[in-house]
Design a protein around this ligand. Structure first.
Ligand code: HXC
Length: 536
């Protein structure tokens, strides 16, 4: 039988000879129109701002050839202000699923070249669809945002569209990782979808987030500020704390997102991927011996301690520019992912502040939701004093840190490097907060308060009785030393069992890894977790 004959008998007929495959042509034409975005001129304008197109962004972020698009041919629902006559390709957002390092993710990328990436009803429903897919299939959801906000022509439909998204952000919170990458403007209420996600990335020179723009600010308060000064990466990374990561360029941001995903499980029922590496588990940490011997009044960056214990000395810091007296981030120890929470004596002596408490508490809650053990490194003189801190709510914010540690059921290990005074000793995951293992270095000073402060209260009368100022100072110093010898060391605490062991500094890495391995099955992924990662 001829090939033609075979097709006839199977019921399939080829187009007439010399004719066109009409249906296929239509698909190609519809697809091409939708793929064109806002057209050549607007794409060039996007490039002129130093920005990639939405499709280029997907290409950079996802594994090659892995992207599967959905709803490319959706139509704009708006019927007013001329929208009915305008082409609105893909309704200004590209949605679908793809892979990052071989692992599935759901993703959307707003297309600023189409109506400024503004969000209308169909646009919102496309995003809602991939958010639902992400939740149902237990994979992370990533948003690439570049939008003028609510599509003005669609009125309240676009506001309702945001509500659909916010509700899904909350439903997915603590269930799947949610990541927002701000790659252009993000204005008005639109900022609240990223704010409900776990991590926000911004890029120098192109990203902005604000609830009300510079013009409204000027008319309301008289303050003059640029877009970047108001809502650029520096403002949000260092001051407001909205932004967790700042990148120098778009390729840089996609590299960072891929790296972050490598530390995360796909969902709350899984553990983060284990990655074997050549760094020996038994590697000694000699630098910790030096750190142990330095003058207690001297500062140092706690990063040095983290690099010592981390696999291959690698630490992926989160919120690096915000509330720097506390350092948080991810590393691997013995191949397994851990979250680090550490006081940083290199900034404000490592004290706990309002912002530092919020930063640490939210990170701890993320770790707990996603089955990542918490390693705490304490070197904390206390809470930062002052009217601004007290009236700003250090009590309220500090309580979040206590709450986060106490509720966390993942493995929790604390190492006291040096100071652990007063309430801050407890707040940095002390034994009776429910920590699994608490170690101290020989340099640890664990007490109700620092020696000088203690003797000035306890021996106030004796010091006051000294006749000349020099005598007062000498007596205070002598009494302070006596107090320090008695209390400002780890042995008093070790004698009561409030720390499990005073460890050799050079053994810190192996001791922590050994403890982590013992605790590996402490909690099965997904158990005991039914809380979202509320923005704190
Ligand atoms: C419809 C919009 C739009 C919007 C921009 N465009 N924003 N169309 N609705 N919200 C269109 C412009 O008309 C223009 O179309 C194209 O997008 C590019 O915009 P430009 O202004 O030319 O670009 P640029 O100079 O780069 O300025 C970008 C911008 C500015 C800063 C974002 O467009 C802007 O201020 N837009 C409005 C922002 C805003 O106030 N949004 C509403 C926020 S309130 P043409 O055809 O000329 O290319 C909100 C509420 C959400 O979002 C509530 C959720 C609960």
């Amino acid at each position: 039988m001829t090939e033609r004959g075979a097709r006839r008998t199977s019921g399939l007929t080829a187009p007439e000879e010399g004719g066109h495959p009409v249906k296929l042509e239509r698909l190609k034409a519809e697809t091409a129109a939708a793929m064109a975005g806002g057209g050549k001129e607007r794409v060039e304008a996007q490039k002129a701002k130093g920005k990639f197109s939405a499709r280029e962004r997907l290409h950079y972020l996802l594994d090659e050839g892995s992207f599967q698009e959905l709803d490319l041919l959706i139509k704009c629902q708006g019927r007013d202000f001329g929208l009915q006559d305008k082409p609105v390709p893909a309704d200004a957002v590209i949605t679908g699923f793809g892979r990052v390092n071989g692992r599935e993710v759901c993703i959307y990328a707003q297309d600023f070249t189409v109506l400024g990436g503004s969000l209308g009803l169909a646009h919102a429903m496309k995003i809602a669809k991939v958010m639902d897919l992400a939740q149902d299939n237990r994979v992370p959801c990533i948003g690439l945002l570049d939008s003028g906000g609510a599509r003005i022509e669609e009125g309240v439909d676009s506001l309702d569209g945001y509500a659909h998204i916010f509700r899904r952000n909350v439903k997915s919170s603590g269930v799947i990782p949610q990541i927002s990458v701000i790659l252009g403007p993000c204005a008005g209420g639109a900022v609240y979808s990223p704010a409900l996600t776990d991590f926000i990335f911004m890029v120098q020179g192109i990203s902005q987030m604000f609830v009300t723009g510079p013009a409204v600010v000027k008319s309301a308060t008289g303050e003059e500020v640029t877009f970047d000064g108001l809502g650029g990466p520096q403002a949000h990374a260092a001051k407001s704390g909205v932004c967790h990561f700042v990148a120098q360029s778009e390729p840089d941001v996609f590299r960072q997102v891929r790296e972050l995903l490598g530390f995360l499980p796909q969902n709350r029922w899984e553990r983060p991927p284990r990655v074997a590496n050549p760094d020996p588990v038994r590697r000694a940490t000699p630098l910790m011996e030096m750190l142990c011997e330095i003058d207690p009044k001297k500062s140092y960056r706690v990063h040095h301690a983290i690099w010592q214990i981390a696999d291959e000395h690698k630490f992926f810091e989160v919120h690096a520019n915000f509330a720097r007296s506390v350092v948080v981030g991810f590393c691997r120890m013995g191949g397994d992912v851990v979250g680090i929470v550490a006081n940083n004596p290199g900034h404000m002596a490592g004290a706990l502040t309002i912002d530092a408490s919020d930063k640490a508490a939210r990170f701890i809650r993320f770790l707990n939701a996603f089955n990542i053990p918490i390693v705490t490194l304490a070197d904390v003189p206390g809470y930062w004093p002052g009217v601004q801190q007290e009236h700003g709510g250090i009590i309220r914010h500090g309580a979040k840190l206590l709450h986060a540690y106490a509720e966390a059921t993942v493995p929790k290990i604390t190492v006291i490097l040096r100071k652990a005074y007063g309430g801050a000793y407890i707040a940095m995951n002390s034994k009776h907060m429910g920590s699994d293992f608490n170690f101290a270095l020989p340099s640890a000073e664990i007490a109700v308060m620092g020696p000088q402060g203690a003797v000035e209260i306890l021996r106030k009368r004796d010091i006051a009785a000294a006749k000349i100022p020099e005598d007062k100072l000498a007596l205070a110093a002598k009494l302070g030393k006596e107090y320090a010898d008695r209390f400002a060391n780890p042995y008093q605490t070790a004698s009561t069992g409030s720390i499990d062991e005073v460890i050799e500094p050079s053994q810190m890495r192996i001791r922590v890894i050994r403890a982590l391995r013992f605790l590996k099955d402490k909690r099965k992924p997904g158990e005991h977790v039914n809380r979202g990662n509320i923005p704190l």
